[in-house]
Ligand binder design. Structure first.
Ligand SMILES: Cc1cc2nc3c(=O)[nH]c(=O)nc-3n(C[C@H](O)[C@H](O)[C@H](O)COP(=O)(O)OP(=O)(O)OC[C@H]3O[C@@H](n4cnc5c(N)ncnc54)[C@H](O)[C@@H]3O)c2cc1C
Length: 455
């Protein structure tokens, strides 16, 4: 028998599998399971990629409207920026005293609130926009989202991501890679809800990005101190707000209700945070965690903060801005601040223009009274695309409009439109751009959606 040197054996089979083989031989067990399994094709009507804010809603809508739907998510839970990013304060479902976003997104948010605490008083215009944001419990939201997807018949596939997409004979062939599996999914319609337009670029459609994007943030809560007994004269300015906010959250006084407007988590701004690639998101996560660790060390040197600890921290840096699609229509700043309604407007969006800038104050502009922006179907469809639609923050829009369109309730409204348009396109053997608008409106309304009035 040919003698194999130990070093080359390690090299050829890999240190991990060598470790496994050793323990298996000790236990006398045999294993011939391949570490990478490539097997059958999955056939579905609709594939949603990205199970975040918009993707969950798109998948529920598509499943409920009767289409066979697969949802591929590269993380381990649903909810995206809401849950994994920790931005647990969706906004804005209400504008000028009335609710403007309905459908599965509102249903999910309402159920999450019903299991926790009450709503703010939406009948009054908010003093500041965040007074109308709704605080949800992240893990609870993720569980409810999963439950609703499964109830809608959606097949959820975690830890997977597309590596190649090809449009052939009026169907998409999508290569998916995950933990220990490589699959091919054949579907008729794709809904890209990755937040980064990741599938749009894989499909070869044009995407756009600013040279400098808004910073991201890592969210955390501090504990182990009594804010009220701190000598604030001795605490540097930069930490005071962080300590106050964390303390309010820990005492449960940050919940939204009539008397106590919403207060966000303590957070660190991570300049240049970009979730477009695993490399750039790795960097953003490391930068975010480094900042939190530095803060913890600095705080512990302050009087009254010696026992400070991290009570909660999100597993990744949440990202505000990456790629947007180059859509059939681009929503402009003027469209947004004038509340333009288009023939194909299918949902509302309400938020101040809210552009975060490195080292500068947030550029914020409130909408004038009774103005509510709308989202046209065409802004969800990449130019020149077939059987393809997008929902979420990567909607086709100029940068200023996007700074407001990107918020969660708006993304949920878009998710419902995308799910409904994909279903109609599948049923009619067409592409989302060509679905009859009156039928799309009916489908959205039948599933609780709120359509912009005036079209
Ligand atoms: C720090 C911060 C504060 C914010 N504050 C507010 C606020 O106060 N109120 C508000 O309403 N909004 C706020 N926003 C904006 C809002 O949270 C996001 O814009 C919105 O949630 C984006 O939704 P989305 O569905 O486009 O993306 P996401 O919710 O991020 O979902 C994208 C999903 O796709 C998955 N994914 C990505 N790439 C792939 C891939 N290749 N394969 C498979 N899966 C993939 C991700 O894992 C994720 O689950 C804030 C955002 C940030 C970052």
């Amino acid at each position: 028998m040919k003698k194999i040197k130990r070093r080359s054996a390690i090299k050829s089979i890999g240190a991990i599998s060598l470790g496994m083989a050793t323990s298996i031989s000790i236990r006398g067990e045999a294993s011939n399971l391949p570490r990478y399994k490539e097997d059958d094709r999955l056939i579905t009507d609709i594939l949603v990629v990205g199970g975040g804010t918009a993707g969950v809603v798109a998948a529920i809508q598509a499943g409920r409207a009767g289409c066979k739907t697969i949802l591929v998510e590269n993380g381990s839970q649903l909810g995206g920026t809401i849950t994994t990013g920790g931005v647990v304060f969706p906004g804005l479902f209400h504008a000028w005293g009335r609710r403007i976003i309905g459908g599965p997104g509102w249903e999910l948010t309402r159920e999450a609130i019903d299991l926790e605490h009450g709503f703010p008083n939406f009948s009054q215009p908010p003093g500041r926009h965040w007074h109308h944001q709704i605080r949800v419990n992240g893990p609870l939201y993720a569980m409810l989202a999963e439950e609703k997807c499964l109830e809608a018949g959606v097949q959820i596939r975690y830890y997977e991501t597309p590596t190649n997409v090809e449009f052939k004979d009026n169907n998409w062939i999508v290569d998916i890679q995950g933990k220990g599996v490589g699959k091919q999914i054949v579907c008729n319609q794709i809904i890209d809800c990755t937040g980064n337009a990741a599938v749009t670029s894989l499909a070869g459609y044009n995407v756009l990005k600013e040279t400098v994007t808004q910073p991201g943030s890592i969210l955390f809560t501090l504990g182990g101190y009594d804010y009220e007994s701190l000598d604030l004269e001795l605490i540097p300015n930069e930490f005071r707000n962080m300590l106050r906010q964390s303390w309010r959250i820990l005492r449960g006084s940050s919940a939204t209700n009539d008397n106590q407007p919403f207060t966000p988590y303590g957070f660190h701004v991570v300049n240049g945070a970009d979730s477009t690639t695993s490399e750039s998101h790795t960097l953003a996560n490391i930068q975010g965690r480094t900042l939190v660790l530095e803060t913890l060390r600095k705080l512990r040197s302050l009087p009254g903060c010696e026992k400070i600890k991290i009570m909660d921290m999100r597993p990744e840096t949440a990202v505000r801005e990456t790629y947007r699609i180059d859509g059939v229509y681009k929503v402009s700043y003027d469209d947004y601040v004038n509340g333009n309604i288009f023939e194909d407007s299918m949902s509302y969006s309400f938020y101040p223009i809210d552009l975060w800038r490195e080292g500068q104050p947030i550029l914020q502009e409130y909408l004038e009274k009774d103005i509510i922006a709308t989202v046209p179907l065409r802004a969800l469809i990449p130019k020149g695309s077939n059987n393809f639609i997008v929902a979420g923050r990567c909607i086709s829009s100029d940068r200023m409009a996007n700074s407001a369109l990107r918020v969660q309730a708006s993304c949920m409204g878009m998710g419902q439109t995308a799910g409904a348009a994909a279903v109609l396109a599948f049923n009619k053997g067409t592409t989302p751009l060509d679905v009859p608008l009156d039928e799309l409106r009916r489908l959205i309304e039948n599933h609780g959606g709120i359509l912009p009035q005036g079209n």
